[in-house]
Ligand binder design. Structure first.
Ligand code: FES
Length: 655
């Protein structure tokens, strides 16, 4: 039936002449159609119709995540590329599997493409909550309700402009504005009372009348804070009078369709003006969806949002504002704009009050962005005596050490392994992802838990950390991360000359295939954890500090919320610090964005933090290489640095 409908629709699109250079594509099971030019890639059509396909490597053909199935018209495409021959098995090729980023329409006609569930981004578990200190609201916007008395007002209105009456009344109420927004001027004729009565003015920064509204609307004053993460967007609708969060909303960053990590996205952005526009629109549209969702659930009209704040890492920040991030990825990683700024939200296309402002938090450096500033604001580490350590774990880990005496920070490229990329059965933390693993050292039996408690589909970051740490604890891995082929267990086997460990047997899994941790997966995890540890270690050494000097360790970020403290210590992700000094603080980037929305003073603090922060360029530090090489071990080449793990291994007879 779908094919019949497709044919009739296709005929209505174009004449025969047009069809010479185009391929009509139908996507199943979505039932969406588009037309791509001969020479275009299938992935372009998928993006055009808005299907949520994974493409973490940014179309380079190396991640193998954008698999689609050509169910009709496969002969109209190019031959499989070398990348496809590496990522797609022979039997998959026979079944019509291709990589959407590699197959190009070579002849006109019609094709039908199925998008398998495992290639979709899917519904991800999102963490939007984070630690935030209590604040007394002092927002940039306030509403002032003015009451005009009938007799005077009528007389005055005959001789004075509405704007003059309004400005004088505001002055009498203690607010001397110096401008009215165009929207406020446009609203004046209808908003001003006919004879006497009230009118409400939203004033920004005590200077500009943003809007003029009929009657007393002073109780309805809202703002929106947004955290633009590489993998997710999180939004917060805030009542600016009470400081309460009325609704939160989140979604995967729609830019994932153009690349999973920052470098892929920067490369995609830099290729052409069209690509730059696509990435910018993707994030702006995503933020508009957050606003819409949050407003709907709180019963707020988006036009009642008068102020917006945004945080993000430097690349996300630049792309959101349409500033090229091209050089952020190139040494010496220059930042185009560092300080905070305000602009009209409508300039970016945000669907809020047309006169509302958008505030961008300041950045520290190329890879320590406004999200790190927000983390610092939310954890308040700048207030404490003695050093604290803050690690925000993402594809880049932002690391900050310091306190009242000063702050030193760096960024470490942890890579996407903890988000499931570059891991054979890795996936994001969505339904069916193995998120926790236990291995019995006696018989190597495995227990696991999946997101939503359904059959496993793959393994996500927290599960990968557990699996590798537990494999080490159980003696499956040696200290340099090698899988011990001598251990007798059906779970340890060799495939294509490389050993792997079976976490879940095919009979237990959704796709019927064994979910394994391969030797290559272990290597990816060790590189990721070594990057984070090295960042911490180099920063501590530069400050002359030892791990025991750290008074508090804050682990921020969505990923941090789900990791097991002991297993991550066994892995050596962070220094051996007593557990009672460790605190998981959730999405503090979002908390910091909310704080700047609620408080003018916090905006000033953010500037001070940036002024005082010292940045270490990790890759250029002479200590980096040796530290990194030593950190690739489990938990570290020098086990004495990890007394807790040492004791644990000794207890198990592993030392
Ligand atoms: S292989 Fe196609 S996006 Fe990575």
């Amino acid at each position: 039936l779908s094919v019949c409908i497709f044919i009739s629709t296709r005929k209505s699109w174009a004449g025969e002449g047009d069809l010479k250079n185009y391929v009509d594509v139908e996507f199943q099971p979505d039932g969406k159609h588009t037309r791509i030019g001969v020479g275009s890639k299938i992935i372009e059509g998928i993006r055009e119709v808005g299907i949520d396909l994974q493409a973490p490597c940014g179309d380079r053909g190396v991640c193998g995540r954008c698999k689609v199935v050509l169910t009709e018209g496969g002969g109209l495409l190019n031959q499989p590329t070398g990348y496809e021959l590496r990522a797609v098995t022979l039997s998959e090729l026979r079944d019509g599997y291709r990589l959407a980023c590699q197959c190009t329409a070579s002849r006109p006609g019609s094709i039908v493409v199925a998008i398998p569930p495992e290639s979709r981004i899917g519904h991800q578990r999102m963490v939007v909550q984070g630690l935030a200190p209590k604040l007394r609201p002092t927002p940039m916007v306030k509403k002032i309700s003015l009451n005009f008395r009938e007799g005077d007002f009528k007389r005055l209105r005959a001789v004075k402009a509405d704007s003059e009456l309004l400005t004088s009344a505001l002055r009498r109420a203690g607010c001397s504005i110096n401008s009215l927004s165009l929207e406020a001027m446009r609203a004046l004729p209808d908003a001003m009372p006919r004879s006497g009565g009230s009118v409400t003015v939203a004033v920004w920064g005590g200077r500009e009348a943003l809007s003029v509204e009929a009657g007393d609307t002073s109780s309805r004053l809202f703002g929106f804070a947004v955290d633009i993460g590489t993998t997710k967007l999180a939004g917060y609708l805030v009542d600016l009078k009470s400081g309460r969060v009325l609704a939160t909303s989140s979604l995967p960053n729609p830019q994932i369709a153009y690349g999973g990590d920052l470098i892929s996205r920067i490369a995609y952005y830099s290729q052409s003006a069209e690509n730059a526009g696509r990435l910018k629109s993707a994030v702006v549209n995503g933020v508009n969806r957050l606003i819409e969702d949050a407003c709907r659930s709180a019963g707020v009209d988006a036009s009642e949002i008068y102020d917006v704040t945004a945080v993000g890492n430097t690349a996300m920040h630049h792309i959101f504002f349409g500033i090229s991030p091209k050089y952020v990825a190139l040494s010496p990683f220059p930042v185009a704009v560092k300080s905070s700024f305000n602009l009209k939200a409508k300039e970016l296309g945000l669907n809020v009050n047309p006169a509302a402002y958008l505030h961008s938090l300041p950045l520290i450096a190329g890879f320590v962005g406004a999200d790190a500033v927000a983390d610092i604001l939310a954890t308040e580490i700048y207030r404490f005596k003695g050093p604290s350590l803050l690690i925000d774990i993402g594809t880049n880990a932002e690391i900050v050490v310091g306190g009242r005496e000063g702050l030193t920070c760096c960024s470490s490229p942890a890579g996407p392994a903890f988000e499931g990329a570059h891991i054979k059965h890795g996936m994001r933390a969505s339904s069916g992802a193995i998120e926790a693993v236990w291995i019995d050292p006696d018989d190597l039996s495995v227990g696991y838990k999946t997101v939503d408690d359904v059959k496993p589909r793959g393994i996500c970051g927290s599960g990968i950390i557990d699996a590798v740490a537990q494999m080490f604890k159980a003696g499956v891995l040696n200290r340099s991360g090698g899988i011990d082929r001598g251990v007798k267990s059906p779970r340890i086997r060799v495939v294509d000359g490389k050993p792997e460990f079976v976490v879940a047997w095919g009979g237990e899994t959704e796709g019927g295939v064994d979910i394994t941790i391969t030797q290559d997966d272990v290597q990816e995890v060790l590189l990721a954890k070594a990057a984070i540890y090295t960042g911490v270690s180099v920063t501590l050494k530069r400050l002359g500090l030892k791990p025991r000097d750290i008074r508090r360790l804050y682990i921020a970020g969505a990923f941090g919320t789900y990791i097991d403290l002991t297993n991550s210590l066994i892995l050596g992700i962070y220094p051996d610090i007593p557990f009672d000094r460790v605190r998981f603080v959730g999405n503090t980037a979002g908390s910091g964005a909310r704080m700047t929305l609620l408080s003018k003073q916090v905006r000033v603090k953010a500037e001070r933090i940036v002024d005082r922060a010292r940045y270490i360029e990790l890759a250029a530090d002479p200590l980096f290489e040796k530290e990194f090489t030593d950190s690739i071990w489990l938990p570290h080449r020098d086990i004495e640095l990890f007394p807790t793990v040492r004791k644990l291994l000794k207890g198990l007879g592993r030392l």
